[in-house]
Design a protein around this ligand. Structure first.
Ligand code: NDP
Length: 321
């Protein structure tokens, strides 16, 4: 069984590659720069990498770039997409184009290769939960929701990222339906847990910021463990009856709850539980676990994910306490 993972050096993708190698798959891993040790060294060290991991150079914005990596594969995991959660100068060039054109580019390569039986696309809760539909602690968001880019400002600095993910998923469904590509989509919330790659990625940065004493926004976010996310991708590929979208979220919490859990895990940290009050409040809400359960996913509690993240920061000397 030969599969391709795009953006293989990334946080989530590295865990997908790890689990695929453990299960005996041959993995074609696309990266932008295979000569950059920061991007590939951790992959080359994985068990089974020597025998069954093959690196390919590919860029989302280069048409046909993924063709050779995908040709002859049984399955494709398309995870590559820029994750920029801060304010960006040129949203079109930095986020929208690579997300949307890149996704169509990858799906185009899949459509050209008759061997590809299924594509698993990493989308996001950002493509699900942000629309005119109000969210309160009683509301349960599920896979039938689809974000409306007009309401992405609910996410403040993340809005262009959210728009890029929404438009990319929309384009993917259109392309898949038109070209008969069997696609399953994964929609995770913020991902935490151990890092395989050497550098801090965007979704664990809020945890590092809390540890470093930064004030947090008056907002709530969902969290899920990176190993559960990787497992869900592989289940979505292996289980023939898997279809449509799968939201992945262990729990939606306000930042103050995140700070409270971190303080109870690491009492010496004394993280502030006071938030920035800029008049922008995001309440908690619920996210359905029903479809994820049908894949056999049982979510690691947030406490475990936070502990694993912090322990990983310590191991990599990102924090010192
Ligand atoms: P990372 O930043 O760790 O990984 C992103 C990957 O995308 C990197 O491997 C990067 O490659 C690649 N990439 C970015 N731009 C390009 C480009 N122009 N051409 C080729 N590759 C490119 O992020 P995550 O692992 O967190 O995210 C992976 C996927 O999961 C993304 O699609 C993201 O939107 C989605 N996601 C993430 C969540 C999270 O909380 N982490 C939550 C929900 C969804 P390079 O290494 O060369 O820079």
């Amino acid at each position: 069984n030969v599969v391709c993972v795009t953006g293989a050096s990334g946080y989530i993708a590295s865990w997908i590659v790890n689990f695929l190698l453990q299960r005996g798959y041959t993995v074609r891993a696309t990266v932008r720069d295979p000569s950059d040790p920061k991007k590939v060294e951790h992959l080359l060290k994985l068990n089974g990498a020597k025998e069954r991991l093959h690196l390919f150079k590919a860029d989302l914005l280069e048409e046909g770039s993924f063709d050779s990596a995908i040709e002859g594969c049984d399955g494709v995991f398309h995870t590559a997409s820029p994750v920029l959660l801060h304010v960006v100068k040129d949203p079109e060039a930095e986020l929208i184009d690579p997300a949307v054109k890149g996704t169509v580019n990858v799906l185009g390569a899949c459509a050209k290769s008759p061997s590809v039986k299924r594509v698993v696309l990493t989308s996001s809760i950002c493509a699900v939960a942000f629309s005119s539909r109000p969210k309160t602690p009683e509301v349960v968001v599920d896979e039938t929701w689809f974000s409306d880019p007009q309401f992405s400002h609910q996410l403040k600095t993340w809005q262009w990222y959210a728009i890029s993910k929404t438009l990319a998923e929309e384009a993917a469904w259109k392309f898949a339906e038109k070209n008969g590509v069997d696609m399953v989509v994964i929609n995770p919330v913020l991902v935490a847990g151990p890092l395989l790659q050497p550098e801090v990625n965007a979704s664990v940065e809020p945890i590092l910021n809390l540890i470093n004493g930064k004030k947090f926004p008056n907002s709530s976010f969902g969290w899920v463990n990176v190993k559960d996310v990787a497992e869900a991708h592989i289940k979505a590929y292996e289980i023939a009856s898997a279809s449509g979208r799968y939201c992945l979220s262990e729990r939606v919490v306000h930042y103050s709850e995140l700070a409270r859990i971190l303080n109870s895990l690491y009492p010496t940290l004394q993280i502030t539980t006071e938030c920035e009050d800029d008049g922008h409040y995001v309440p908690t809400y619920q996210i359905s676990k029903e479809k994820a359960k049908s894949l056999g996913i049982e979510f690691q509690p947030l406490e475990v994910s936070l502990k694993e993240t912090v322990e990983s920061f310590k191991e990599k000397n990102i924090v010192n306490f």
